[in-house]
Design a protein around this ligand. Structure first.
Ligand code: PTJ
Length: 245
């Protein structure tokens, strides 16, 4: 559906259309539509804008990616649908590898995502070469299978819209985990080293520009404090709304 520009919820409805279109094109899992709906709720609660704590986390993430020895951007259906260009720009600036890794395993969808990323300008996309398969211990979902030259060997992994089990397993494997998650209470948000509580639509763009601007190589970032600030933002936003009601 073409959303009229005058609609008060134009931006949000347009993003929804993008996800639906990508579902129709076989990129996004059916469950990805539900995950997006959950994200919409939290985006509404943070005011559909990038908060100050999210900007701090974005800056920390930029430094972690730029100083990594071997960083990887893990791609699932939703992020591929929403941010193909930003994934490629980020990979180029930070010299990160791109690996497709799905929760709802489906070889056909994986191939479509790889093609989609290549059409958007990606040179190499890992995740489809079975001879390179390695297993991350402690995960039962298909996400345990990773590429030996990608996530398996990485020191820093960006895992947008992730599930909690894999975040925990990646941490146990000694990796620095960066995530985007609009829900500051999720297990992923609580377990990652750097959680960016922002919509990937806004946050990925800002992460790319932060990587271009970063001057320092050192960062002092406390994820627990950042999450507490994100939750406070929601509380204050709700208070403001309640005062207007
Ligand atoms: O493509 P696949 O098979 O790998 O599946 C991907 C999904 C996202 C379906 C899968 O990983 C999943 O089920 O994720 P969850 O457990 O529902 O977690 C998704 C998290 O991302 C939730 O906490 C949402 O609030 C959050 N989220 C959803 N949309 C966005 C988001 N965070 C940032 N930006 C969004 N646009």
């Amino acid at each position: 559906m073409k959303i009229p520009k005058s609609h008060p919820r134009f931006v949000s409805l347009n993003i929804r259309e993008k996800i639906v279109e990508a579902y129709n094109n076989g990129l996004v899992a059916k469950e990805g539509l539900l995950a997006h709906g959950r994200g919409e709720v939290f985006d509404y609660l943070i005011g559909e804008k990038t908060t100050k704590p999210a900007r701090t986390a974005i800056n920390a993430a930029a430094i972690a990616l730029l100083t990594a020895k071997n960083s990887v951007i893990s791609v699932n259906g939703n992020i591929a649908a929403l941010c193909p260009k930003e994934i490629i720009q980020l990979a180029k600036i930070t010299k990160s590898k791109i690996e497709v890794n799905l929760f709802y395993h489906n070889e056909d969808r994986k191939k479509k995502i790889v093609k989609h990323l290549k059409n958007a300008g990606a040179e190499e996309v890992l995740g489809t070469n079975h001879r390179s398969n390695r297993r991350i211990v402690g995960i039962d979902s298909p996400r345990r299978i990773v590429d030996k030259d990608g996530i398996f060997a990485a020191d820093v992994v960006l895992v947008p819209l992730e599930d909690g089990d894999r975040t925990q397993a990646l941490k146990r494997a000694g990796k620095t985990v960066i995530t985007f998650d609009l829900n500051p209470l999720s297990r992923t948000a609580q377990t990652a080293d750097i959680t960016i509580v922002d919509n990937v639509i806004r946050g990925m763009r800002l992460l790319v520009s932060a990587c271009k601007k970063v001057k320092t190589k050192k960062v002092s970032f406390n994820n627990k404090k950042a999450l507490a600030s994100a939750i406070l933002e929601i509380k204050n936003n709700l208070k403001k709304r309640a005062a207007l009601a």
